[in-house]
Design a binder for this molecule. Structure first.
Ligand SMILES: C[S@@+](CC[C@H](N)C(=O)[O-])C[C@H]1O[C@@H](n2cnc3c(N)ncnc32)[C@H](O)[C@@H]1O
Ligand code: SF4
Length: 346
């Protein structure tokens, strides 16, 4: 059997319109045009077609230059990642050519846009209520979650809002239990961290005990820049990070990372950010590319800010900065794989 990418056989990002196993922009337009209309997107025609092709070692529906899965990284017949789980039973089914499975083992919840911040890179204004479309999407996610409740082992939250601000997500996290998700093993959080105080952590028990990985996105190495790019309470964030670092030191969580979307406005604070990671003893410090999200076009000059693009007139200054950060902090990670300048579709 050829080496396979595990995502299409084990994972789903709940999304109203498509079956997305990994990331919308890792898949081709041809894939997005396939039929995703099954009431359970997990076994839609698009999902089945993607799985069939991958089993023939045909990755033509994937953008291999964007995707971060390296198919030659392993001697096993599939690639291991921390955010999905292909168990023995499923691998046996795959070996027999099965492409239709009861449900995913790993899910990513991206269905609630509500957030306490309005970071410039993400949105023009705060989203504090749900639109009619948002409500519909959230209902679909709830239906899918209950359909897949028995097979889910890993839950990742949240892709497009803030888990500790959304009443739905916050309650969902708090109420996670073996009674509702009998196979659940771990939850991984992506958060802006400003609301993750010790008191709020306690309030989210018992469900929050499933959390093993926390990734905090910050985008700045000091308060002045944070005010400009995110506008949250820096002092509170620092207190919360100290608390999270303590959870990590005690082994209550297994991984803590901090991340930084690089722009012209913040790149000069990258070194301070790397130092913050070292002080907090985080497992990862990640710098990543600024993407041209559709809803920032009116208030951000993308071409001016996208300093990670080689075509940017000041790109060489970023390269100098990166080399200097790498020299002092060799363990930080740079994920600038995405260089497409076209705006992403909804
Ligand atoms: C939309 S946020 C939602 C989760 C949470 N509220 C947070 O900020 O981490 C998910 C991730 O997208 C990143 N992000 C925001 N705007 C972006 C952009 N234009 N390009 C690339 N990443 C972006 C954030 O830094 C964060 O890591
Ligand atoms: S990046 Fe995260 S914290 Fe900032 S507005 Fe978007 S969802 Fe909220």
């Amino acid at each position: 059997m050829p080496k396979i990418c595990p995502y299409p056989f084990s994972r789903i990002e709940y999304n109203s319109n498509y079956y997305i196993p990994c990331c919308f922009d890792w898949l081709t337009d041809e894939y997005h045009k396939l039929d995703h209309t099954n009431s359970d997107k997990w076994n839609s025609k698009a999902a089945i077609e993607l799985r069939k092709r991958i089993l023939k070692n045909d990755y033509s529906l994937c953008k291999r230059d964007y995707c971060q899965i390296k198919l030659r990284d392993t001697d096993e017949n599939h690639v291991r990642t921390t955010d999905c789980d292909l168990d023995k039973q499923r691998l046996d089914l795959i070996a027999n050519g099965t492409v239709n499975f009861t449900g995913p083992t790993s899910v990513s919840i991206t269905a609630d846009r509500r957030c306490n911040l309005a970071c410039e890179s993400c949105r023009p204004e705060k989203v504090v209520t749900l639109s009619a479309d948002d409500k519909k999407n959230l209902e679909l996610t709830k239906q899918q979650l209950s359909k897949h409740a028995n097979t889910i082992k890993i839950i990742k939250m949240v892709g497009d809002g803030e888990v500790f601000y959304s009443p739905y997500l916050s309650k969902f996290l708090k109420q996670l239990s073996p009674a509702t998700y009998p196979s659940l093993e771990k939850v991984s959080l992506l958060t802006n961290g400003t609301l993750l105080s010790e008191a709020n952590y306690e309030r989210h028990k018992p469900g929050i005990n499933y959390v093993q990985e926390i990734s905090v996105s910050i985008d700045a190495g000091n308060q002045e820049t944070y005010d400009q790019v995110r506008g949250g309470d820096w002092q509170q964030l620092m207190k919360n990070l100290t608390f999270m670092a303590d959870l990590r030191a005690k082994g209550i969580i297994k991984k803590l990372s901090i991340s930084f979307v690089v722009r012209k406005k913040n790149y000069l604070t990258m070194k301070e950010f790397a130092r913050l990671g070292l002080e907090l003893k985080t497992d990862q410090v990640i710098f990543s590319a600024f993407h041209p999200w559709h809803n920032i076009r009116d208030h951000v000059d993308y071409d001016d800010q996208a300093i990670h693009l080689e075509s940017h007139s000041e790109h060489n200054k970023l390269v100098t900065q990166i080399n200097s950060v790498k020299k002092d902090y060799p363990n930080v990670e740079f994920k600038f794989h995405y260089t497409n300048q076209e705006a992403l579709p909804q």
